[in-house]
Design a protein around this ligand. Sequence first.
Ligand SMILES: [Zn+2]
Length: 415
Amino acid sequence: MNEVCGDYVVINPYVWLSKACVRFNTKIKEIYVVSGDLGESDGVRIVTHGMATTHTHLGLYPIRNTVVSGLNLDEWVRNFVWGWERFLRENPEVSYYASLLAIRELLSSGVTIFADMHVNEDMVYEAVLESGIKADLSTPIMGLGVYENYEEALEENLRLLKIVSEPRVKVRLGPCTPRLLSPAAFREVVELARERGLGIHTHLAEVFEDLAWLKSKYSMTLRDFIKFVGLMEVNAIIAHAVWAEEAIDLLLASNFIISHAPRSNVLLGDGRAPIKSYLKNQSNVTIGIDVAPTYDIREDLRAYTLLHYEGEGIPDLQEAFRLTTTTAYVSMGFGKGELVEGEEADLVVWSVKDLLPGNPVAQIVWGNSFVEEVYVSGVLVFSNGELTLTRKPSREIREVLNNYLSEFLSRQSSK
Ligand SMILES: [Zn+2]
């Protein structure tokens, strides 16, 4: 039996105990308050549940800094993403190395689950297996871009179903986005997901051009599209939904998981998602890191608060933490997302310097917080800044990746 103790044990974003311990094996067995001293610790120690991010592309981790090039979404994809994804398809092992480094950064900010959509997802799965994190994986099914046709991408996604056997990993189908997949093909993918009892992961209404495209090419509104392809029938992660307010009554259904990416939306000039309206309507709003200059989710939680503060009253500093714990875990089917007996032990042990008493959750997000340890299903997967289970140390992984990156860049410049 393992045990971690803290000056605070955060049960959920709004409830915490002072001076308490959590006992666990794969699941949480007991949470109890201690009366004596907790022993030496460098700063204040806080134990929380792990967080989930519902939209990532780990294979893009090595080119994450390119989102600050001052380009809009389409220009950024044309200038950086297509070329890198073609390179990944020629060198699938790069997705494995990129994922390991990305997972390290996710864990170092308290993330214990990520929902990813990318090429070479079998390689991402290898990194998930080796690192011990939980994941929800899908392939971007599209008729353009890096695949010959959408059937090729669909096949890759279906192959993933055969490969994945680890219970802490789920697979979805990933019809990428309406501008890269026709409504008829999109509908076929959703239908297949429904038949097989799978979820969907897609990008919808990320930029205004998505709506204009549906209108001009298919005479459809976003509402028409959602209904036509049958998204109401499946559990669906909807990344972005920046321009989806017209479909708000549909998106409040419990099968939808809105993945809001605060930094990505701002840096790529997508617009400002009507998150407060979604929340007022009880939608499942969660946080996606998507692609950002760091994969530290705390930066998105801070950006979230700043982006959606409307200038009145005091913002709820715990709200963003709620979206990444209880809302994300429950809506993705990974448990309750809070520290209660019987739940899987996805735990983060933080230390925070200079903590004033009062609100440990806000201190984790906004303060000088540092992740000491992360446990996933009771297994220690991250400690002292390092992945604990991987074969190579992160320094070596970074070296391998840098070599690939140089090769890619020299190829780009010789074009
Ligand atoms: Zn995305």
